[in-house]
Design a protein around this ligand. Structure first.
Ligand SMILES: C[S@@+](CC[C@H](N)C(=O)[O-])C[C@H]1O[C@@H](n2cnc3c(N)ncnc32)[C@H](O)[C@@H]1O
Length: 156
């Protein structure tokens, strides 16, 4: 199974890139974590946010291979514990589809992305900055993988 993290925002600060790659490189070959960055629309003074969100959403959905299982990162989503995330990951693997995880930009995800989602995952009741979300997602997925494979990274 492949994991695809589709996130709005390019040109991340160095600490974000390094933080994400720190976890990305730990994934095994049979569960590689790919990052696809979607350029954020220009948010000028009179920007049409509805149109910008819609365009970001279209770009996100366009890079998802047909048949993938789609999980949005969203505040109304499910608050998974690590064992629950590990169990969800097990189900994804049994299901046999690749998984696309979607992280929105400053105003969140486009309605079309929310509609396309099969599952929604909430990391915390706090709104987190989108650059940080990609690091937390990578670490949490790696931890879930370590639970499922009895790797010593996760300790109860
Ligand atoms: C700055 S937030 C957007 C906030 C926006 N007001 C909203 O309601 O979605 C950017 C993205 O980070 C992700 N995100 C932020 N906090 C999150 C959380 N606690 N759980 C899951 N995803 C979160 C979501 O994908 C969101 O679209």
């Amino acid at each position: 199974m492949k994991l695809q993290l589709i996130a709005v925002g390019t040109r991340m600060p160095d600490w974000v890139t390094r933080g994400f790659e720190e976890y990305q490189r730990r994934f095994p070959r049979d569960m590689a974590l790919e990052l696809i960055e979607i350029p954020a629309g220009k948010r000028g003074k009179n920007a049409d946010i509805v149109r910008i969100l819609q365009k970001e959403g279209e770009q996100m959905l366009a890079v998802i291979p047909k048949g993938n299982h789609i999980v949005t990162l969203d505040l109304p989503g499910k608050n998974w514990t690590t064992p629950e995330l590990a169990s969800a990951m097990n189900k994804w693997q049994l299901d046999g589809r690749d998984v696309s995880l979607l992280v929105g930009g400053p105003e969140g995800l486009a309605p079309a992305c929310k509609e396309a989602a099969h599952q929604s995952w909430c990391l915390s009741a706090l709104t987190l900055p989108h650059p940080l979300v990609r690091i937390v997602v990578a670490e949490s997925l790696y931890r879930a993988w370590s639970v499922n494979t009895n790797h010593p990274y996760h300790r109860e």
